[in-house]
Design a protein around this ligand. Sequence first.
Ligand code: HMG
Length: 391
Amino acid sequence: MSSDLSIGLHDLSAATTEYVLTHETLAGRTGADVAKYHRGLGQLAMSVPAADEDVVTMAATAARPVLARHGTDRIRTIVLATETGIDQAKAAGIYVHSLLGMPSATRVVELKQACYAGTAALQFAVGLVHRDPERQVLVIATDTSKYDLGSPGESTQGAAAVAMLVGADPALLRVESPSGLFTADVMDFWRPNYRATALVDGQESISAYLQAVEGAWKDYTEQGGRPLDDFHAFCYHQPFTRMAHKAHRHLVQYCGQDADDDGILRAIGRTTSYNAVIGNSYTASMYLGLAALLDSAGDLTGRTIGFLSYGSGSVAEFFGGQVVPGYRSHLRTDLHRAAIRRRQEIDYARYEELHRRSFPVDGSDLAVPRETTGPYRLAGISGHKRLYEPR
Ligand code: HMG
């Protein structure tokens, strides 16, 4: 569908957790050379949720400043993307809607397709705004990445939420059409309903990701997308930041161009700073990459950014976005840096204790200890119900 209407990101706000575990501490436990984590994976630290934090509290924390700035009058839809579901039926966004005191005349829904779902939410939001340009959609991507202790995936954990207000005449970024799409039925990473941690075939997941980059780009060009050289920078899904390097190298080579290290660094280097210290935040990861780029680069006005969203299983989408004039006065750079800086460093024993925590499954009551210094907390569980409260 072609249209002169400009639709995209009007606001973007990220939040992460109370605690952080450094890869130096992790290496002290696993015996790995810390250079494997720092250079091999491109990861320095990972966010760890406090006992009273989860995808709901992170989502509400990320969205709160968006509502404080823009109000709720124009928002009639919340689409929350997560693969860290807390209920098989009820949408996590309803708890967020309640914590934020949003009007009852709102539709709230949850989307899932591994790390890709944040992009599905964004594209569905763009469609809703096309239908009624007076309205805005609150898209929230929120996840905690959790693998078994001692497994290779452990070093690629993390947690964060990104809230995005999608509307007409956006203040930050215009989302372009077309998109390039790719779906393949692969078992590279999955989490059956009865498991709290993901199962993964690490090397298979990297190959599946690279195949999906190729497939999504091929479709993008077939749909009449821009040539590679039009893009000033590329935001990739970052399960670990070196993956963005691998993915961009693959794309450049697929396009028959020279993939030299400097060129790759120029294209993706400014998108990795938040992910390197937060870790994999699944649905939020690519949008943290965008936040890092907007917050750190020089003036990007008028520049076109390429986005490659990947979710295991697998679905990928490539699309472009154009940075709009005046965007710098709408950024939340200080908030993002403070959210990262304020985390308390924990040792391996404390992290392990948090990792092993689970909730009663027999309906008994549990009061969750007060730990977070963020605005919202999970207060407890009672009769199989999660109880949230402002802190
Ligand atoms: P691993 O076995 O721990 O590590 O698995 P490795 O042996 O493959 O080494 C990793 C890198 O470190 C290699 O670099 C080594 O050479 C290097 P590469 O050759 O690949 O460029 N290395 C060193 N570098 C410097 N000094 C050293 C040193 N030693 C080794 N001393 C793996 C790593 C990522 C597979 C593992 O952590 C894992 O399984 N993670 C989870 C899965 C994952 O993140 N997959 C990524 C693609 S799938 C995806 O992105 C989707 C996902 O987000 C889920 C979703 O969609 O919902 C995961």
